[in-house]
Design a protein around this ligand. Structure first.
Ligand SMILES: [Zn+2]
Ligand SMILES: [Zn+2]
Length: 542
């Protein structure tokens, strides 16, 4: 780095001073280098036995690099650890749950009887309010006794009769009974070594029109933005279908760790680590047979637009036609109007292009793939590819415009545009201004979670993985695993005497980190020395 020498008088100019880095930036840079959170949260901790008070800074925990790079990096590493741990698992991660104990069985029996009484009352036209209440209480008891899920998952909503036409058609694939195991096949090589390969698969959306190297359409007017928008909106559901079909074809409970990110053309694609393997031919067949039908009312023609919009009617809790004063079509009625000869509003499919490779445990490939899988996790979808040219900016704008008026869900305000009451309507809905995440520019139509992990991947939640890391550290540092003292925790407000302003908090966070790193280095050195001692002792004994 070159700096201008001070003038002979010893004075510096304003320009010279401006060229010097600020201390504030330097503190942030040092914090980042040491992985200290840039926006630590201050908590006051009171030992309830001794009354001793101290200040504890906890990391903000953001997953976004433009909010807090160190926290986002840590979150990404945690995901990578989760991905690594489940990919090549060779024992089943979750053993089957035990049968219900006596208390659980008792509540379930009560619940069964109450259901029969209630259904009988309903059939004979009697009032079911009390029995419904009883059932609600029994459900609570069942939950308290440690059982997951519900005895009658559909209970709160009255069942609607649906035409069979509206169900998902079965894909053209072999139907195999799915066995409950989650681990892929083991292969034995000639030399007797066994290996269990897993796979890394990337699925994309179909083409919406030819695009160039920069991801922008060759012919923007004929690029199918509507289809692109709808596919993005229903991408998570389509992936769900794919997994169902994959399991059906492979005949076992295939597990996955998947991340969703945009391609340059701004369509989502998905990287999937699966445990076990599937042949390319089977994969091609499954992709071709996988689709998701969206049975929503056909949006049809735009009936209300600009300032000409449906009016909220408070007494009925519904929207009215501003011209006739009539109620708009109910959501359920619009659904029922879909006839047996009608097509679904949208059918989402994957593109024919896919990528698949076998990966062996702990290989260089496996590390590289995990890198791919977690690459963009610290960014919002819309921030993965910054528009740099006018053409790219235009492409973003056109997609955003298509997404603006596309219904994102049954409750979306955009249904009003087509004269349909959204499901569960409320006051203040304006077409084109739905608050749903999918419409936001930084989501590119995809509102779901970025990381999709099947339940039996590593048999652990993200919190469990976090716990693993903490346990490792506590052991490494020789800290007591549990602190017997009990504490009261409170957030510290700016008006409090012990409040630390952000700049001072950051200095504390850096010092904490340095202290920690030192302790860890020291612990590692001790462990190495102990190992060396042991080895030389063994050497002497031999
Ligand atoms: Zn942070
Ligand atoms: Zn919406």
């Amino acid at each position: 780095m070159t700096t201008t020498p001070p003038s002979p008088s010893g004075r510096t100019t304003r320009a010279d001073r401006m060229a010097q880095p600020t201390t504030r930036d330097a503190v942030r840079a040092v914090a980042e280098n040491h992985g200290a959170c840039l926006r630590p949260i201050q908590l006051r901790r009171t030992n309830t036995a001794t009354g001793e008070v101290d200040q504890v800074l906890i990391p903000c925990g953001s997953t976004l690099a433009d909010v807090c790079p160190p926290c986002a990096e840590r979150a990404k590493e945690l995901r990578a650890a989760q991905c690594r741990e489940g990919w090549h698992l060779d024992t089943e991660p979750i053993t089957d749950p035990p049968p219900p104990d006596e208390v659980q069985a008792m509540w379930v029996e009560y619940r069964a009887r109450a259901q029969v009484d209630r259904d009988h009352a309903a059939q004979t036209g009697d009032n079911t309010v009390e029995l419904d209440e009883l059932i609600g209480e029994l459900d609570q008891e069942i939950k308290r006794s440690g059982l997951r899920g519900k005895a009658d998952p559909g209970r709160p909503k009255p069942r609607r009769q649906r035409s069979t036409r509206r169900r998902q058609d079965a894909p053209d694939l072999p139907k195999r009974k799915i066995s409950p195991h989650t681990i892929g096949k083991t292969y034995t090589a000639r030399d007797g070594k066994t290996f269990r390969p897993s796979m890394f698969i990337t699925l994309t959306c179909p083409s919406y029109g030819k695009v160039g190297e920069d991801g922008t359409p060759a012919d923007p007017d004929n690029y199918d933005y509507q289809r692109a928008a709808r596919d993005a909106l229903h991408f998570a559901a389509l992936f769900d279908r794919f997994i169902q079909n994959l399991r059906r074809v492979l005949g076992y409970d295939v597990q996955y760790f998947a991340t969703i990110e945009p391609q340059k053309r701004l369509a989502p694609h998905i990287h999937i680590a699966i445990r076990g393997t599937v042949s390319r031919a089977e994969l091609r067949q499954i992709i071709a047979a996988t689709y998701h039908q969206v049975w929503w009312p056909p949006p049809g023609t735009v009936r209300f637009d600009g300032n000409h919009l449906p009016v909220w009617h408070e007494p009925s809790g519904r929207y009215l036609d501003p011209d006739t004063g009539e109620l708009l079509t109910e959501w359920d009625d619009a659904l029922d109007a879909i006839g047996p000869g009608d097509d679904p509003m949208h059918v989402a499919r994957f593109g024919a292009k896919f990528d698949a490779q076998g990966v062996l445990a702990n290989s260089r490939d496996s590390g590289r793939c995990i890198g791919y899988l977690t690459k963009y996790l610290t960014k919002q979808l819309g921030d993965c590819h910054h528009p740099e040219t006018p053409a790219q900016q235009e492409h973003v704008d056109r997609l955003a415009e298509a997404l603006r008026f596309e219904p994102c869900s049954p409750t979306c305000a955009n249904w009003l545009r087509y004269g349909i009451q959204p499901k569960n309507p409320r006051a203040g809905l304006v077409p084109g201004a739905c608050k749903g995440k999918a419409h936001r520019r930084d989501h590119l139509g995809y509102a779901g979670r970025r990381v999709l992990v099947s339940r039996k991947w590593s048999g652990k939640t993200l919190a469990d993985h976090r716990g693993d890391r903490k346990a490792w550290l506590t052991e490494m540092l020789g800290l007591p695993a549990t602190d017997p003292a009990t504490y009261r925790w409170e957030p510290v407000q700016p008006s409090d005497d012990d409040y630390l302003p952000p700049a001072r908090r950051l200095l504390h966070a850096v010092a904490d980190r340095l202290h920690w790193e030192q302790a860890l280095t020291e612990a590692r050195r001790r462990a190495r020395d102990a190992l060396a001692d042991e080895l030389s002792a063994n050497g002497r004994a031999a």
